[in-house]
Design a protein. Structure first.
Ligand SMILES: Cc1cc2nc3c(=O)[nH]c(=O)nc-3n(C[C@H](O)[C@H](O)[C@H](O)COP(=O)(O)O)c2cc1C
Length: 314
């Protein structure tokens, strides 16, 4: 089907880990690809453990996962790429989007977007050694969204699998609107597969983006899909209505998510905190979600939490 829409689940550190991805894939459909949150080197020159474990094939019974690295030198990039290759991955993604000042000031994530020479030098060094496909996930710039005007035409010289563009600049963090005009302007500048990312939270919002950019048929969704895991299905069906079994499915999803966490850790307090963080997102797609979020925040333990969920989703 030439004009089918391809939908990707965005990586969100601390949220879309392998427990979440497993629960998501067990219950919901219509996700073409899952992106794992980034791997990064620690100050002692080793890879951070959590993200390393997150991408282990034993934790990922899915073929559709794309792991991600964040690096600002070819050496660090290759350590992580070699690790991912050894696990059997044949495609990785380079994070040029992380906006946090602590990260960006070290030329990591979006912090490298206003230093194109450094960016291209890393690609020049890495690509000849990389026996895997490479995609990039980027902001449109660091200080403002104009960096992309310089970067995109030059990226045409490199064999990239895709370019995922979060239509903001790094300095915006997650605030302010996406720059749709800039995104529209850069579409003709690239020969690569272009994936739109940013603020799609409803089917109506998806239609708006599709109308703005009819030539785009790859979309990445993050926070909107955590809030409403049915969003991918509803987009594919072009339906604003939740299916009748919405609550049943969500309960099944929450059960798997919790079970997976309980199996991997004895620290129920931490798991409860984790569930509370999820509910900050989940709350957004329910009419009385904020009440529920407040109740979850007051839960004293897992039993309490389960009762709260059962009552809410009855
Ligand atoms: C808490 C949080 C963690 C994130 N972690 C990552 C990450 O590990 N890698 C990445 O490329 N983007 C990360 N992002 C950015 C998202 O992947 C996505 O680009 C952004 O949220 C915009 O898409 P959305 O509006 O559909 O959520 C993160 C965003 C948030 C809010």
């Amino acid at each position: 089907m030439a004009d089918r829409n391809y939908l990707y689940l965005a990586p969100l550190q601390s949220f879309t880990d392998h427990h979440f991805r497993f629960a998501f894939q067990s219950v919901y459909g219509d996700v073409d690809r899952f992106y794992a949150p980034y791997l990064k080197m620690a100050h002692d020159g080793t890879m951070k453990e959590g993200p390393k474990i997150d991408v282990l094939p034993t934790n990922n019974p899915i073929e559709t996962i794309v792991p991600q690295v964040m690096a600002c030198s070819a050496e660090e990039f290759m350590v992580m790429a070699d690790y991912l290759k050894s696990l059997g991955y044949d495609e990785i993604n380079w994070n040029l989007g992380c906006p946090y000042p602590m990260v960006a000031k070290r030329d990591l994530g979006s912090g490298i977007l206003n230093k194109p020479d450094k960016l291209f030098s890393i690609l020049d060094n890495v690509l000849p050694k990389l026996d895997m496909k490479l995609g990039i996930k980027m902001r449109m710039g660091y200080e403002d969204t104009s960096d992309i005007l310089t970067i995109l035409p030059k990226l045409n010289d490199y064999p990239l699998s895709e370019l995922i563009v979060h239509a903001r600049c790094g300095k915006q963090l997650y605030n302010g609107p996406c720059d749709y005009d800039r995104f529209k302007d850069v579409i003709p500048l690239t020969k690569h597969k272009l994936v739109f990312n940013g603020d799609i939270t409803t089917v109506e919002g998806f239609r708006t983006v599709k109308e703005l950019f009819p030539e785009i048929n790859h979309f990445m969704i993050g926070r909107g899909a955590i809030a409403n895991p049915l969003l991918f299905e509803m987009i594919q069906e072009d339906s604003d209505e939740f299916p009748e079994e919405r609550n049943e499915l969500f309960k099944e999803f929450l059960t798997i998510l919790l079970e997976r966490h309980l199996l991997s850790s004895n620290n129920q307090g931490n798991i409860l905190i984790k569930m509370t963080h999820y509910w900050e997102y989940f709350a957004a797609s329910f009419e009385n979600g904020q009440d529920m979020y407040r109740k979850v925040k007051r839960c004293k333990g897992i039993e309490d939490y389960l009762f709260c969920v059962d009552t809410f989703l009855m």
